[in-house]
Design a protein around this ligand. Structure first.
Ligand code: PMP
Length: 353
């Protein structure tokens, strides 16, 4: 009954651990502001829960469009950006198609492409080159295979590397593929790719409320693309994927972006730089510069698996072991936490490496 390409997959899983400090999923460590939670609850209490939520999410799409500097017809909203990855791939890929993914990167792109029956081609990025996007090799692979989709993540998870707009532009211009640019971490650094939409009808920008906007638990993501493409991709979406609670939280967050979220984002970026310098000073560990809300480190003295285990079991600090990603043996990914969490991490790593 189950498709062979699905049987062949290893499931996307996350093992559970006991921890005190959670630095493994790049969440916003400050949380959604309490004062705004009260406003969301008020709105939700007034709503009629028996009725379906807004069909076209017109108010939210208008606010997102204003926030991004585009028109509302260019915005699709999803149940987390994961849903929009799924929908975009479902609308574009048929069995036997080809997808190009520069790696190491977020593993869901390859998993979902394979569910659609596509063949995924990795293009390996080089730590010696600071994991820069190899636009030439990506274009070459896309042309050679006649790829339908190229997926780029900028700033990239788990390397923290931002891709220059010029490199993304080259991929969009020189391949015939749809170029899905996942900007989940854009608020922490990286370029604005919106101007590419004036030039290209094959670019989709993907964003989320799960990271900077502290709404991982509420599942809101959005995609921006040319209106004619949005109309087509919209056809593959489930109606009413976004519930009215999440919609209200997203609206309130956008209304208070500058007053409440920008200061949190600035604090995370400042902590990232402080953590970067502190980790850089530790022997037995190499830390890469990051434009996201996490840092990638390479362990040089002790096996990463051992340090991961000691961090969680002896210090109660949960990070992400990314040693299974292509080219990242002996690497850990560490989310930037609050000052207290980062201090605990620095102390623990100083003792361990
Ligand atoms: N894209 C990237 C690069 C991510 O790291 C994540 C979260 N791990 C997601 C998308 C998923 O985000 P969402 O919560 O919006 O589904």
């Amino acid at each position: 009954m189950v498709k062979p390409e699905v049987r062949a997959l290893a499931a996307y899983t996350l093992r559970q651990y006991e921890y005190r400090y959670k630095l493994n999923q790049n969440e916003n460590p400050f949380g959604y502001p309490e004062e705004l939670k009260a406003k969301v609850l008020e709105r939700v209490a007034r709503a009629d829960w028996a009725r379906y939520p807004s069909f076209d999410l017109a108010e939210l799409r208008a606010k997102l469009a204003e926030h991004a500097g585009v028109s509302p017809e260019m915005v699709l909203v999803g149940n987390g950006s994961n849903e929009l990855i799924y929908v975009t791939l479902a609308a574009t890929l048929s069995r036997g198609d080809h997808v190009i993914v520069p790696v190491p990167t977020f593993t869901l792109y390859a998993l979902l492409s394979r569910v659609m029956g596509a063949t995924v081609h990795d293009v390996l990025m080089d730590p010696a080159d600071a994991f820069a996007l190899p636009a030439g090799r990506v274009v070459e692979a896309a042309r050679r295979t006649g790829a339908k989709v190229v997926v780029l993540c900028s700033p990239n998870n788990p390397t923290g590397t931002p891709y220059p707009a010029e490199a993304v532009r080259r991929v969009a211009a020189e391949s015939d593929a749809l170029v899905l640019v996942d900007e989940a971490y854009r608020e922490f650094g990286g370029q604005d790719f919106v101007p590419l939409l004036d030039e290209f009808d094959n670019v989709v920008l993907l964003r989320t409320f799960s990271k900077a906007m502290a709404m991982g638990g509420l599942r809101v993501g959005y995609a921006i693309m040319r209106p004619e493409l949005a109309r087509e991709i919209h056809k593959a979406k489930l109606p009413y994927a976004l519930n009215l609670f999440s919609e209200a939280a997203a609206l309130v967050a956008l209304e208070h972006f500058e007053s409440h979220f920008l200061p949190l984002i600035e604090a995370i970026v400042a902590e990232r730089e402080r953590l970067f310098r502190a980790l850089q000073a530790l022997p037995g560990l190499h830390v890469y510069p990051s434009s996201a809300n996490f840092l990638l480190v390479r362990l040089e003295g002790r096996p990463a698996r051992e340090v991961f285990g000691a961090l969680v079991h002896e210090h109660g600090i949960l990070v992400r072991d990314v040693g299974g990603y292509p080219g990242l043996a002996e690497h850990l990914r560490i989310s930037v936490g609050t000052r207290e969490e980062n201090d605990a991490l620095i102390r623990a790593l100083r003792a361990l490496v």
